[in-house]
Design a protein around this ligand. Structure first.
Ligand SMILES: Nc1ncnc2c1ncn2[C@@H]1O[C@H](COP(=O)(O)OP(=O)(O)O)[C@@H](O)[C@H]1O
Ligand SMILES: CC(=O)OP(=O)(O)O
Ligand SMILES: [Mg+2]
Length: 387
């Protein structure tokens, strides 16, 4: 990597999609971005084929994978277990360790590894950095990270709270501090990342102390297709009484639950439209979704003691004024008061939407996981630059 190499490519491999962004780190300009969907169906056979398509799109945008100015490829990796709590330069040993983590993230890690392997084949010698969803949550104290299950069993199988969406929680908590005109270590923030997956975190003076996702990204808030918190005995009941297999229950809770399970739609825009038409199951799905968020805001207020801001982010958090309103209603006892007019304004920049007298600021802060991954990957590559 030469000082003139200022470009970072970020790859976010999902189970059936590959998102990419090429960013010039000198001015944070987005040079190219896109998504290849339906991997595994039809013409896009696998992640290798998907990355070849990305490579073609990059070349068409004037900066292919062979671009000399490319300094690093940053990969989003969902599960880093207890081993990976920092951005990590990828080599064979790291890939072998990632393989060992597949049982903890069967939906996410195999796709991440596939993306890494193909990228390494296409650009051998170029630094490739893994940036982990779990990393920002490594600071969660044991009292919050441990599940109250038999300790020997928990240790043997790695059962503990890892948390996910960490790059988003890190980025948004810092951006929220900046919006308040403070340094990250001067504020306590509750971050609500409400996208397809959804999670909450409590960030105390820049350090994460609690988060809603657990061993896997299934726990916590209600999501597009995932149940979030349920009584674990639901699983035994479905197995014993419903005769369902472990895989069937896994699919039910991860893919056929949440908003889609409650009303048949997982897109909040469609749910809002149906509510407008008086649809009762859409209304119920919305109410269950927002009730869960309110409950977490209350719990995380107790965890933090003092809260400076609640930040809404990701697709739903940034765009749905109705969700922000319903999930912060009747929180005056906690010092939270929304300004309905500010909350209804549509904008793309970070902004405060609480009333002037609200003790806790309510903020809408667009997330930028790709920039966060690029920044961390680029910085590690620069540190490892041959002298
Ligand atoms: N204008 C909008 N109003 C309400 N919800 C929206 C709007 N735009 C996007 N969303 C919601 O955002 C979700 C996607 O969030 P996003 O953060 O992009 O997800 P991910 O990155 O996890 O795929 C959609 O499923 C939809 O429910
Ligand atoms: C970890 C996780 O839930 O990611 P996503 O929201 O991309 O599904
Ligand atoms: Mg997203």
């Amino acid at each position: 990597m030469k000082p003139s190499d200022t470009r970072a490519l970020v790859l976010n491999s999902g189970s059936s999609s590959l998102k990419y962004q090429l960013i010039d780190m000198a001015g944070h300009d987005r040079l190219a971005s896109g998504i290849v969907e339906r991997i595994g169906e039809g013409p896009v056979a696998d992640h290798g084929e998907a990355l070849r398509i990305v490579s073609g799109e990059l070349a068409a945008a004037g900066s292919g994978l062979d671009d000399e100015r490319l300094a690093v490829i940053g990969h989003r990796v969902v599960h880093g277990g207890t081993r990976f709590t920092e951005p990590t330069l990828i080599d064979d040993e790291v890939v072998a360790e990632l393989e060992k983590l597949v049982p903890l993230a069967p939906l996410h890690n195999p796709a991440n590894i596939a993306g890494i392997q193909v990228a390494r084949t296409l650009r051998p010698g170029l630094p490739q950095v893994a940036v982990f969803d779990t990393a920002f949550h490594a600071t969660i104290p044991e009292a919050a990270a441990r599940y109250a299950v038999d300790a020997a069993t928990a240790d043997r199988f790695g059962i503990r709270r890892y948390g996910f969406h960490g790059t988003s929680h890190a980025y948004v908590s810092r951006a929220t501090a900046a919006l308040l005109g403070k340094a990250p270590d001067e504020v306590n923030v509750i971050v609500l990342h409400l996208g397809n997956g959804a999670s909450a975190s409590a960030v105390e003076r820049g350090r994460c102390v609690e988060t809603s996702m657990g061993l896997t990204p299934l726990e916590g808030l209600v999501m597009g297709t995932r149940s979030g918190d349920i009584d674990p005995a639901v699983v035994f009941h479905l197995a014993r009484t419903g005769g369902m297999s472990t895989d069937e229950i896994d699919t039910l809770l991860n893919k056929r639950s949440g908003l889609v399970g409650l009303c048949g739609d997982n897109d909040m825009r469609e749910i809002a439209r149906r509510i407008g038409e008086g649809d009762e199951s859409a209304r119920l799905a919305f109410d269950v979704y927002c009730h869960r968020i309110r409950k977490y805001v209350g719990a995380y207020t107790a965890v933090l003691g003092e809260v400076d801001a609640i930040a809404f982010t990701a697709g739903v958090g940034e765009n749905s004024a109705a969700v922000r309103e319903a999930s912060t209603q009747n929180l005056r006892a906690l010092g939270v008061e929304l300004d309905p007019v500010l909350n209804a304004v549509r904008a793309r920049s970070p902004r405060i939407v609480s009333a002037a007298g609200s003790r806790v600021a309510v903020a809408v802060v667009p997330t930028d996981e790709e920039l966060e991954i690029a920044t961390q990957a680029y910085s590690l590559a620069a540190q490892n630059r041959p002298k």
